[in-house]
Design a protein around this ligand. Sequence first.
Ligand code: SIN
Ligand code: FE2
Length: 220
Amino acid sequence: MWVSDLDLLDGIDEQRSWREDLCDGAVVLRAYALEYEADLLAGIESVRQAAPFRHMHTPGGFRMSVAMTNCGACGWVTDRTGYRYDAIDPLSGQPWPQMPASFVRLAQAAASAAGFTDFLPDACLINCYEPGARMSLHQDRDEQDLQQPIVSVSLGIPAVFQFGGDTRADKPQRLPLQHGDVVVWGGPARLRYHGVLALREAMHPLLGRRRINLTFRKAG
Ligand code: SIN
Ligand code: FE2
């Protein structure tokens, strides 16, 4: 990991934020989401009221340790029939809540800071981790247009993100993520395997014993 002189100069404008390149097409934007913090927390609260977090089941029948909800035109769901994007929340039978404008602004700004202009997310998966919850290595490949990147925002207690290669067998890098960090991957890195190690017990002043991850995608 390195920070170039140019990034340091950018950092003067962006105050507390800086970038680390992971590979061609993937970057970590440290603290990038902090200036959106209040809007993000308010947005998550209103989405949660309309579409509560729930533990979905994998097609194999396992209950996921991460609780999930969605906002935007498409929501990612999994059940015994498989993984898919659905415009309707299966719990309520209603469309997923709208994606708050501040979410879209953050996702687009982060994508373009990472070199992906014209990102138009229509799906925001909201993952809620408590200590012990984890997400095993997987690829994001249920989206129709793989030209568009993934923008992944971390809030709350820390986690160790695994960023792997193009095959499951490639040994992943371990990347500690903190409240406010944003990871963007696309282009040649779009199908990289990734996951999250089991979270350690911790307490965050705003989110308590929780990590919330927002994953923005163009799904439809
Ligand atoms: C995901 O891959 O959907 C979640 C990644 C994360 O929680 O950081
Ligand atoms: Fe993912």
